[in-house]
Design a binder for this molecule. Structure first.
Ligand code: SAH
Length: 367
């Protein structure tokens, strides 16, 4: 996010996305509108149109004078995301989009409509620097951080498509946002926090989503998990553990060489204690790599008695990798052993798999 006084209007410095209303806190939105020679309250009116009514058409903003609509739209609502590829499946209730950013970088999002719940999976970075060997995004490295506006706009685009009845049967509200697209959200900390505030603040300041419906998924950047607990945003924390022992986790999640399993889990329990939120543990089941019964028991011993839920994800094989998902009987045994330790566990459904639904694969094949 640009520092105050460093507002970059529509023509950005190379590599820097143009400033968008959603990059700015409410007071800064008003200042930016005043800087355009308009009364500050116009910022609230336009924010309410953008986030409350989900209207991206200035001609629709009947409470704002015509001249002011164009001035604000041009200066503060630049187009940040251009869809370059959209694929749907599950009868149109799963929609994956590859977006081109202003500088040509590509990111992807996946919208999943279920009965009673709609989840948008968004990206926080173009690419990712965490280098997990089973993840398609990790293979290409980090291109750049997204701005808060680029992050929020993915959710706004989803909310708008849902409100217009474009996804599945009839209009519906967006209920959940998960930071499980491209990127490591806690490695792009300030824009992600700004985005979380814009997603959770009630209109006109934000999209008004419930914090408990938002999940921030991390490889386990311990100091940032602790900072997140200080923000007063009780979002759900998901930790991508993938192995209960440091020997294996050092290879599956390379940042483990810096922060070990025990430190990551300590930070997670502190997060749970301070926010009252149950922590999710993500565990991609990889055949003969991390799916042994003894590892299930070790994981069960680490997690038992904690405010935790385990999300087992059948590995979605990436092109060129010899790794694949666990055998069904090994998956069942893994679940059974975790449950025997009293640990809550679910196996994630594999929606969108036929459209390269997971983890950077669609952007990789588009690029
Ligand atoms: N960087 C963050 C969020 C992005 S990935 C994180 O690592 O948590 C969201 C989840 O998908 C993570 O748990 C990640 O480990 C998992 N994932 C990545 N590639 C996968 C694959 N090929 N199959 C199954 N899960 C995968």
């Amino acid at each position: 996010m640009p520092a105050p006084g460093e507002l970059v209007f529509a023509s950005p410095r190379r590599g820097k996305p143009p400033v968008h209303l959603m990059d700015l806190e409410p007071a800064a939105r008003r200042d930016a509108v005043v800087a355009l020679g308009l009364p500050g309250f116009r910022a609230d009116q336009v924010s309410r149109q953008w986030l409350g009514r989900l209207s991206d058409d200035p001609a629709d903003w009947s409470d704002v004078p015509e001249g002011a609509r164009a001035t604000i739209a041009e200066a503060l609502l630049p187009n940040l995301l251009t869809p370059v590829r959209t694929i749907d499946c599950d009868g149109g209730t799963t929609v994956k989009t590859v977006w081109r950013l202003h500088d040509g970088a590509l990111v992807e999002s996946v919208l999943m409509r279920y009965p009673g719940r709609v989840t948008m999976c968004i990206s926080s970075q173009a690419g990712c620097g965490m280098n997990c060997p089973f993840c398609a995004t990790g293979q290409a490295g980090l291109t750049r951080n997204l701005s808060a506006g680029e992050i929020v706009d993915q959710a706004v685009a989803a909310a708008r498509a849902l409100a217009r009845g474009e996804v599945g049967d009839g209009p519906v509200r967006l209920s959940n946002v998960v930071f499980m697209g491209m990127g490591e959200p806690l490695a792009n900390y300030r824009p992600v926090i700004a985005a979380l505030r814009a997603l959770t603040a009630p209109a006109p300041d934000g999209l008004g989503l419930s914090a408990r419906g938002i999940t921030v998924s991390t490889v386990g950047l311990v100091p940032r998990i602790r900072s997140l607990a200080d923000e007063g945003l009780p979002v759900t924390l998901a930790v991508s553990l993938h192995a209960p022992d440091d020997g294996l986790r050092d290879t599956l999640v390379p940042v483990n060489t810096r922060w070990k399993v025990a430190e990551v889990l300590d930070a997670a329990w502190e997060y749970a204690r301070r926010t009252g939120r149950r922590v999710s543990i993500e565990y991609a089941l990889i055949k003969d790599i991390n799916d042994q019964a003894w590892r299930a028991d070790l994981l069960g011993r680490l997690l038992r008695g904690k405010l935790v839920h385990v999300n087992l994800i059948p590995l979605n094989p990436t092109p060129g990798s010899q790794w694949t998902a666990s055998r069904p009987q090994d998956e069942r045994e893994f679940v059974r052993r975790l449950e025997a330790h009293g640990v809550a566990v679910t196996v994630r459904d594999t929606r969108g798999r036929e459209i390269d639904g997971a983890c950077g694969q669609l952007a990789a094949s588009t690029a």
